[in-house]
Design a protein around this ligand. Structure first.
Ligand SMILES: [Cu+2]
Length: 151
């Protein structure tokens, strides 16, 4: 009978860890290749600017594949997804200075404009650079995508 009590105590102590890490393990299958591509091809507005809205949440960007024209100004309207948690901070980062794209913007429920003019054809990664204290980076969890610059 003593053993049973001991077992129950150990199980109840470990249960929170099971919840925390069990959830992590379940999400692993969603990494990288299995992230669904949501592609948007930017259209040029009357004022000559390509505008694309992008939002981020747990743990995705929508869209996560943005096609823009080279040497035409871009304005990304960046925000946190409606269903995203205010407890989890997110960002949108693109580090491609060689292509004229180099920014890091925190996501909030209010849309913020990010302006740049891409100068070089190619595919450049976009991602969130946040990480939960005990987990994987948001990027590994699915908050990544591509800006493709085309002729
Ligand atoms: Cu994030």
């Amino acid at each position: 009978m003593k053993n049973v009590k001991y077992y129950l105590i150990v199980v109840s102590l470990l249960f929170p860890f099971y919840l925390a890490y069990g959830q992590e393990a379940k999400q692993e299958g969603h990494e990288h290749s299995s992230v669904k591509e949501k592609r948007v091809v930017a259209t040029v507005d009357a004022d000559g600017v390509q505008r694309v809205a992008i939002s981020g949440g747990e743990y995705y960007f929508d869209p996560n594949y943005i096609v823009v024209k080279v040497n035409v100004p871009v304005e990304l309207k960046v925000k946190a997804a409606e269903d995203s948690s205010w407890l989890v901070p997110h960002s949108l980062v693109v580090k491609a200075p060689e292509a004229g794209i180099d920014f890091k913007e925190g996501l909030s429920k209010e849309s913020k404009p990010v302006k740049f003019t891409p100068t070089k054809v190619g595919k450049y990664p976009l991602y969130c650079d946040k990480k939960s204290p005990f987990g994987k980076s948001h990027r590994e969890k699915g908050m990544e995508g591509v800006i493709e610059v085309v002729e």
